[in-house]
Write a protein that binds this ligand. Structure first.
Ligand code: PEP
Length: 248
């Protein structure tokens, strides 16, 4: 039985002081020992948020990182820096980074490997555009992303990671995939992992759905056998996140 993982992606929202205020506002609402709860926050909020969640069940995630160890990469943040600050998860390959910052699968593969090497769990994002869905190539496209992003990653490491299926047309649009649509692709992602590795790895990897998840649709999405939680954008910045975490 896979443990559900519900992660908030704060994106470029909340100054350090606003971040601490949000953590305090959500503190009693996000208590649920049956699921893993993660706040993926802007880099500048990591240290104060890590301090503010001490003594709770909430884990800290970053929204991005660079794959090099250290050196002349102005503006970048390394896996070792994140680890030292208390980060346990890192979002890699969010569609906003793929699109606005032109991050490709070769780069993302390097980031996945570096995060694993540093002992940080990647939350690897994949997902199709509306155009790709309408052309009937969503599954093919996502399989390509997974195969490239996990190239040469060992089975034991893949078993521990998190993959977030996020259809681009559902992110920040209020258009959630139906639970059937989400389940269909999450199952295809699991089958892709099975094909690349083995049954054991496929049954262990956790697959989230992301795209306009809110307090009203989370419970239905979580009834599906291949959906192991959610990556939540907008709704993670408000009290609704507590309802998603306590979806039962
Ligand atoms: C996201 O940013 O990963 C996301 C799913 O956003 P939203 O929940 O706002 O659609």
């Amino acid at each position: 039985m896979r443990r559900k993982i519900i992660a908030g992606n704060w994106k470029m929202n909340k100054t350090p002081s606003e971040a601490v205020a949000l953590v305090n506002e959500l503190k009693d609402l996000v208590k649920n020992d049956e699921v893993d709860v993660v706040y993926c926050v802007p880099a500048i909020d990591i240290v104060p948020v890590a301090e503010a969640v001490k003594g709770t069940n909430v884990k800290i995630g970053a929204e991005n990182m660079y794959f090099e160890e250290s050196g002349a990469y102005t503006g970048e943040i390394s896996a070792a820096m994140l680890k030292d600050a208390g980060v346990e998860y890192v979002i890699i390959g969010h569609s906003e980074r793929r699109d606005y910052f032109k991050e490709d699968d070769v780069l993302l593969n390097k980031k996945v490997k570096k995060a694993i090497e540093a002992g940080i769990t990647p939350i690897l994002c994949c997902g199709e555009t509306l155009e790709q869905r309408e052309m009937g190539i969503a599954v093919d496209f996502i399989r390509l992303q997974i195969k490239s992003d996990l190239k040469d990653v060992a089975a034991a490491d893949v078993a521990k990671l998190v993959i977030a299926y996020e259809p681009i047309w559902a992110i920040g649009t209020g258009k959630t995939a139906t639970s059937e649509q989400a389940e269909e692709i999450c199952k295809a992602v699991r089958d892709c992992v099975r094909e690349m590795y083995d049954d054991d790895t496929a049954e262990k990897v956790r697959i989230q759905y992301g795209g306009s998840v809110n307090a009203g649709n989370a419970a239905e999405l979580f009834t599906k056998p291949n959906i192991d939680g959610a990556l939540v954008g907008g709704a993670s910045l408000k009290a609704d996140f507590g309802k998603i975490v306590n979806y039962k």
